[in-house]
Design a protein around this ligand. Sequence first.
Ligand code: GLU
Length: 449
Amino acid sequence: MNRALPEAIAAIFQQVKARNPGEDEFHQAVKEVIESLGPVLVKYPEFAEHKIIERICEPERQIIFRVPWQDDRGEVQINRGFRVEFNSALGPYKGGLRFHPSVYLGIVKFLGFEQVFKNALTGMPIGGGKGGADFDPKGRSEGEIMRFCQSFMTELHRHIGEYTDVPAGDIGVGGREIGYLFGQYKRLTNRYESGVLTGKGIGWGGSLVRTEATGYGAVYFVREMLKVRRDSLEGKICVVSGSGNVAIYTMEKLAEMGAKVIACSDSQGVVIDEQGIDLDLVKQIKEVERRRIADYATRRQGARYLPGGNIWSVPCQVAMPSATQNEINGKDARTLVRNGCIAVAEGANMPTTPEGIRVFVDAGIAFGPGKAANAGGVATSALEMQQNASRDSWTFEFTERKLDSIMTGIHAATWETAEEFGAPGNYVVGANITGFIRVARAMLALGLI
Ligand code: GLU
């Protein structure tokens, strides 16, 4: 029976591929999770009997819609909007919206699938979903962004709600966009339903620490991974890809913990600053002026800019991919290991390719997969929902302590599960199995739904 199980899982994967043609990122995300599940089916044969894996791989609902809007020249533009409501066994669908030209169903499904397990790992009552549009916010005016968000919500509003589905931000969707989306939801429904979206501004239902949460949480996760190796972040040389919300607050917390971040990037190039990245300058360029990271090198003495450069060739001890999917391939992973990297934690979703993951795991370095390492963002969204539900707002310190304990708990749970299932130190296995079991148990309890 034991030997037959991987075959059963391989058959499920073939089915997923056949039913979802052309969705490469979704296939990749599914494969990575279900590859870990052989030993789970041995221990819990009821999961196989009730076809939990097959059911988990099929979203509960997929919504695809037209988003028409007018640009500043008066020209009509049409984008495609998505919301994939993947799994609601543990709570309302929860997950961000991504606005990026690369968005198509396969990207939204990979993100939604990851979100199901990530959200389960937080231990909070949230299911998994994801959405977005193939809209490119780059170079768009404030007015265009607002009109796009309003049109997007004009359709989305009928599918979401504080007990149904609670979107938030992701790439291309930050506080500004959440504001426009929330305003349109409020207008259409005539309800001040704070809990329908998270990542809101402070003063109109948002939570302190939500902005910082993904980055801070990822650094707490690294701190915990190093702690079990009797090491710490103090004095470590770090590289953080990206320069968006996740990267910025990853760099902030790394510096606070005594580490030195010497490089960050955007899709056009890499900035290297051996004195340590000046975060105020990055925030000014990215959060205030919304410009490219290349500006950093022109404004800061001693910094270098490598147009089109590869950030993973910069030698470091800790690497935190915080930009986008598949940004570290096998070759990059080998370079990092060769250069003495001891820990990698994924701030982005699925930034490491399957080959890259194999390289890290085989090298025995501390590797924190996104589902675990970047769960602090969505966990703090759930804290925002709690505050909205009780019409309360908590202090920064109180909320940050909660985030820290959630991340410490995720580390402990994934570590222990990896050990229990015969893969000590392997957080990929630990995260996949812990998240899966929590969702699977709830699905069993709720009957055939
Ligand atoms: N987009 C974020 C993630 O990947 C946050 C989702 C949320 O806060 O709902 O987890």
